[in-house]
Write a protein of this length. Structure first.
Length: 261
């Protein structure tokens, strides 16, 4: 019997079969979880097809799938209303959503970040977690767990990570405040700080190749991480094994974050 047998939840953020969300879903499904999904809305249906193809590789043939732009309250309202209508209640939420205008993700140009780009990055990457938490209360009457994805650039300066680092710092502190508010409702909120992974989102960050090389040289384990290692940590945080864990940032980075020099 899997650690998540009988549990239902929703995954925000599967773009393709190389995303953190995909690896997390892979591990959740292997442990018996039933997952629902959202995709970015687009007129041509390209994002929906990508999501369907990605989860089909995991053996999910007919996924519960609906469009959602997390920067729009009306979209989130529709998603959570549909979840309640179709499932009654859920046990977990995976927030694997982030965005920043790539023109501001180049080494040395953080000081050029526009007000619009700043606001958009923090709204999509951080506020969306709070927005999901607000709505989670209604579909988690018996409690549950919420996780999100962050990176070490939210704690220390990573050249080229720029505004996304500021957004991840906001996400991590949102995790703590949200955990404090929802704890009495038995809803736990944690975030995983994963090492660099070759994803579509990572390709937008200036100097990403150097990040991988630096990680391999400096991490305690002298290597980069795998998607499954993050996925297995997600299983732990969404299962009853972590019933006393909330408000935490769990580093899955082969020990990179503990090294000072």
């Amino acid at each position: 019997m899997g650690l998540l047998e009988g549990k239902k939840g929703i995954v925000f953020g599967i773009a393709n079969d190389r995303s953190y969300a995909w690896y997390i879903t892979k591990c959740l499904v292997e442990q018996g979880a039933e997952c629902a999904f959202t995709h970015l809305p687009d007129e041509k249906g390209k994002m929906e097809r990508r999501c369907r193809m990605a989860v089909k590789e995991l053996g999910v043939e007919d996924p519960w799938l609906t469009p959602c732009d997390v920067s729009k309250d009306e979209d989130l309202d529709a998603v959570f209303a549909k979840l309640k209508s179709d499932f009654g209640k859920i046990d977990f939420i995976v927030h694997s959503v982030a965005y920043a205008d790539r023109q501001f993700l180049q080494i040395g140009n953080f000081h050029k970040t526009s007000r619009e780009a700043w606001t958009q990055a923090l709204d999509i990457s951080a506020y969306s977690l709070l927005a999901m938490g607000q709505r989670a209360v209604d579909v988690m009457p018996d409690g549950g767990a919420i996780i999100s994805m962050t990176y070490y650039g939210g704690e220390k300066v990573i050249p080229g990570y720029n505004i996304m680092g500021v957004a991840k710092a906001a996400l991590e502190h949102t995790t703590r405040y949200l955990a404090a508010d929802l704890g009495e409702k038995n809803i736990r909120v944690n975030t995983i700080s994963g090492g660099p992974l070759r994803t579509l989102a990572a390709s937008a960050v200036g100097g990403i190749s150097e990040m991988f090389e630096h990680q391999e040289r400096k991490a305690s384990m002298k290597r980069n991480i795998t998607g499954d290692e993050v996925g297995n940590t997600a299983v732990y945080l969404l299962s009853d094994l972590s019933s006393g864990v909330t408000g935490e940032t769990i580093h899955v980075d082969a020990g990179f974050s503990i090294v000072g020099l």
